[in-house]
Design a protein around this ligand. Structure first.
Ligand SMILES: O=C(O)[C@H](O)C(=O)COP(=O)(O)O
Length: 222
């Protein structure tokens, strides 16, 4: 196995264990993947992040969906992951989890709008909500892919969250920031007030040289 594949599998194991530590899923829930050229390495179906080892990340052909490395069944969400890579040439990692606050927020039918500089820099734009679709099939993949064409994440009612990135860390940080931002909204509303950024405030942050530098660093270094 070449060193690039070995490196990405180590990172998949590490990011998966971080997802479990952050309680973004329970047990075998959720799945993550990373792309190297025309191969996608994805968690095996039914394996929990906390137990997963390098052997539990299966190599799948990007175009056919055929298993090309590994002897386990790939995640049931393989079609969704492949669709995210197909609709966005810059995407090289996909993170799908079931975060508590994200699932609760999705029922409000409101996209997650931006209200901190971190959200502008890391999310790049609002995070839409889509209606529930039965998981694991090509319809779920199509619905998610349609949103990911123009957004770096999507909240799926009665299910969870999908984020994408140019590497696994960026996709994970987007998931963590979305979940934390929704917690902030929840608490702000308990206090009785909440304010989202205006279009002008977002553009002002977006154009800051310091924010461009931070974004570039994350994309390069992961
Ligand atoms: O919600 C999903 O993607 C699945 O139900 C899930 O949580 C994990 O499925 P997998 O086949 O073990 O990846």
């Amino acid at each position: 196995m070449n060193s690039e594949v070995e490196k990405i599998k180590r990172e998949l194991v590490e990011i998966g264990k971080r997802i479990a530590q952050e309680n973004l899923i329970v047990g075998p829930g959720g799945n993550i993947s990373a792309k190297i050229e025309d191969k996608v390495y994805i968690k095996a179906s039914g394996v929990s992040f906390e137990d997963a080892t390098e052997d539990d990340y299966i190599g799948v052909d990007l175009n056919s969906g055929r298993v090309i490395e590994g002897d386990k069944r790939p995640s049931s969400e393989i079609w969704m992951h492949l669709e995210c890579y197909k609709v966005r040439e810059d995407v090289r990692a996909v993170v799908h989890t079931h975060p508590i606050y994200s699932i609760a927020y999705a029922f409000q039918d409101e996209p997650l709008k931006l209200f901190t500089p971190d959200m502008v820099a890391l999310l790049g734009g609002e995070i839409p909500v889509v209606e529930y679709v039965v998981p694991g099939g090509k319809e779920f993949a199509r619905v998610v892919g349609e949103v990911i064409k123009n957004h770096n994440g999507v909240l799926v009612k009665n299910h969870g969250l999908v984020t994408v990135g140019s590497n696994l860390k960026e996709a994970l940080y987007r998931t963590l920031l979305i979940e934390n931002s929704i917690k902030t909204i929840f608490i702000a509303k308990l206090f009785g007030n909440m304010r989202f950024f205006t279009k002008e405030q977002i553009e002002e942050i977006d154009n800051l040289e310091v924010e461009k530098y931070r974004r570039k660093l994350l994309k390069e270094k992961g």
